[in-house]
Design a protein. Structure first.
Length: 541
């Protein structure tokens, strides 16, 4: 790495430790992992950190229903989550937990620094209280009518229809999600963060950052112009989380300590690998990139950077936002059979296929992606199998069986094509335009297949084995480059192809290299045709 080149920290949003990973979650982790793997292939110094989000009343309530402790519940989901991520080849450098000593330390540090600056104050507020459950109700345990747009059955913190944020007491026709009773209002002292103090600094950060997606930036700037409200950062007992310094009756709201989990996971990595935490979060030697879904932009573009500004830490350099995943154009739902868990998916078909399909559809905008089962099957069979894998299998088999397995010198058409296409593909990867990258890759593969059909080495070999060798070696050089370009997307298939090519750990530096004289290994099929898919939609609504 160049001494002046910054170290890169990449994160994905923290999955909540209260349920299984589903394919909607996987959009983000696969998107992030593709980007991380591409940067690694580029030779960048990069770490990929994440964690389970483990705190909050839903964890406590779910554990109570099951007759276990919250710690047992989050341990169960930590094991399940990490197993699922491994099946989809998500290459975390640190996958940690927000229920950790590091997270407690950083939460207390940030809270105390903000409090010392006068950015945290105590205020008596009216909250939603369920007299039947005898507890203050957290945001997600109150539902009602959105005060802005009138949408029904919206949670107590934000509206999924219009993205408005509000207090639980703002909801009309509210009811307790636990017992269905109508809540009352009850007063309690809470700590508030003066988000309004950061209006100018947040505007300056947003306007001065040209890496952020314009559509997201415009959303946030409009919210700022409408006026920022101070943020209630505490919750009353009973609550599973961290007690606040010097006030054992209050707990940090989960949305305060959850993003701090990025820092805790970084610290966990640094402690284990002799790296320097400050080089990422304090000094100008690091670069921080978050990947998140569009449902949590308010927290990540307002609360989180303001907390970092006020406590003296570095702000993220980029926050990449993606849309949601629908299944057959419907919101995922168990009753409709469209809620597909990660576990159900990998038990029925190859995780590499989902990685390829999502990459085929992911771009830099926040448009939702539809997991259409028929389209998914067609894309895998026609593009991944029929286009790329078919080229690799035909080329390597011909070289091995007809020409002794030794690669020859490629024809000029090889260099003409890759010099035209590869720079565009690499640029698309850098910009998280994976859809454009995949289409560029498939263009090379399609051209190579047509070249193979047009030149007909199986006929040419009868008259000129030398010419047939040049033709098939040209294709094998394309296959080698395609393998490198697809490694961020389908790493396990590409690892198998590297074995067949009799090479290992190829990087972007190996693109366009002449490998004449190299002998390949034993070819075999890389991708299996999908004949039938039947997901029953396991999981929860």
């Amino acid at each position: 790495m160049n001494k002046k080149e910054k170290k890169i920290l990449v994160t994905s949003a923290l999955p909540y430790a209260n349920g299984p990973i589903h394919i909607g979650h996987l959009v983000e982790y696969i998107q992030t992992d593709i980007y991380v793997r591409f940067l690694r292939l580029s030779g960048k110094k990069i770490i990929y950190c994440c964690a389970d989000d483990t705190h909050g009343a839903p964890i406590q309530i779910n554990a109570s229903k099951q007759g276990i402790s919250p710690e047992e519940l989050i341990a169960h989901y930590y094991k399940e989550h990490t197993e699922d991520f491994e099946k989809f080849y998500i290459s975390f450098d640190s996958y940690y937990s927000t229920n950790s000593p590091e997270n407690k330390k950083f939460s207390d540090l940030i809270f105390s620094r903000l409090k010392d600056k006068g950015d945290i104050y105590l205020k008596r507020v009216e909250l939603t209280y369920c007299p039947q459950c005898q507890r203050f109700l957290p945001d997600r345990y109150v539902k009602g009518v959105c005060p802005r747009c009138g949408a029904s059955d919206q949670y107590g913190d934000n509206c999924e229809v219009c993205n408005a944020t509000y207090a639980t007491t703002d909801l009309a026709n509210a009811y307790c999600v636990i017992c269905q009773a109508s809540p009352i209002r009850k007063k309690s002292d809470h700590y508030f963060f003066r988000l309004s103090n950061y209006t100018d600094r947040l505007q300056a950060w947003l306007n001065g950052n040209n890496q952020l997606q314009e559509e997201i930036k415009n959303y946030i700037l409009k919210w700022i112009e409408a006026g920022l409200k101070d943020w209630d950062i505490t919750r009353d007992a009973p609550y599973f989380g961290f007690q606040i310094l010097d006030d054992p009756n209050k707990y940090y709201y989960v949305w305060l300590d959850a993003p701090i989990g990025y820092m805790a996971s970084t610290q966990n990595y640094c402690q284990k690998h002799g790296d320097d935490f400050d080089s990422y979060w304090l000094n100008d030697t690091g670069k921080i990139i978050h990947f998140i879904g569009k449902d949590i932009i308010y927290f990540h573009f307002l609360f989180w950077p303001a907390m970092l500004m006020g406590s003296g830490f570095r702000l993220p350099d980029n926050i990449v936002v993606h849309g949601f995943l629908t299944v057959n154009k419907q919101k995922m739902s168990k009753s409709r059979g469209t809620f597909i868990t990660a576990r159900e998916y990998w038990q029925k078909t190859n995780p590499s296929y989902l990685r390829f399909y999502l990459a085929f559809n992911l771009s830099r905008n926040i448009t939702d992606i539809d997991f259409d089962l028929n389209d998914f099957k067609d894309r895998i069979n026609s593009e991944l199998l029929g286009n790329f894998a078919n080229l690799a299998n035909r080329s390597l088999n011909f070289l091995k069986n007809k020409l002794g397995g030794k690669i020859g010198v490629p024809e000029d058409e090889y260099y003409t094509l890759v010099q035209q296409k590869i720079p565009l593909i690499l640029k698309a990867y850098e910009n998280c335009e994976f859809r454009a990258a995949i289409r560029g890759i498939l263009d090379i593969s399609d051209f190579a297949n047509k070249y193979l059909q047009r030149r007909e080495p199986w006929k040419v070999i009868k008259e000129s084995p030398e010419e047939a060798g040049r033709i098939i070696s040209t294709c094998v050089h394309w296959v080698r480059d395609l393998e490198i370009l697809l490694k961020p997307v389908i790493p396990m298939i590409c690892q198998e192809l590297e074995t067949q090519l009799n090479v290992s750990e190829l990087t972007l530096q190996d693109l366009e290299k002449n490998i004449a004289g190299h002998s390949i290994g034993q070819p075999k099929p890389l991708v299996q045709r999908i004949e039938h898919l039947d997901f029953v939609g396991q999981g929860i609504d």
